[in-house]
Ligand binder design. Sequence first.
Ligand SMILES: C[S@@+](CC[C@H](N)C(=O)[O-])C[C@H]1O[C@@H](n2cnc3c(N)ncnc32)[C@H](O)[C@@H]1O
Length: 174
Amino acid sequence: MFPKNIKFFCDNYVLESDDLLEFAQQEFDTIMCLSTTKWIHLNFGDDGLKRAFKRMHAQLRPGGTLILEPQGLSSYARKVRRLTPKIQKNYREMKFKPDQFSDYLVNEVGFSEGKIVAVPEHASAGFRRPIHVSIKYFHHKATLKFFFLCFSYLRNRPWWKQKNPPPSWKASNG
Ligand SMILES: C[S@@+](CC[C@H](N)C(=O)[O-])C[C@H]1O[C@@H](n2cnc3c(N)ncnc32)[C@H](O)[C@@H]1O
């Protein structure tokens, strides 16, 4: 029961490789990732952030919610000059920009279209960042596509119009 059901871990959320994603358990109803994407991005590059997004999806139960507050690209540049050479390299080589995160989450990871639910009020403009909410679909997109194709096929070619109707049809019609 709350608050005894809360645990805190200090850990790196970015797995060592994509291969480890298959061991992720569907264990959360909600994942909040607030003001964190920039740090993952700068430290682990495009691949690291993409892997973190995939891990969020893998750890959510079907129907679960991702609450994401990504930092904008302009805030990266302000920090990067004072950080390590590795981070500067990641920044220079960055191709995956914050305005592409939504598309990636929908088209590559499998989340629903993100909805902006709020832009918090804050004295500093840098902290007025939109909060996106996405849902993990109950079914994998490919599964949905398969059922949709079957449904379209059956709708266009109903069994009573087919050349070889099923045996039960033949039997009941002499
Ligand atoms: C700007 S703070 C935001 C803290 C809090 N989420 C909030 O909104 O107030 C960024 C947080 O990202 C965490 N962070 C950065 N890289 C991380 C990583 N690879 N794995 C886990 N946490 C990370 C840092 O420890 C830090 O707490």
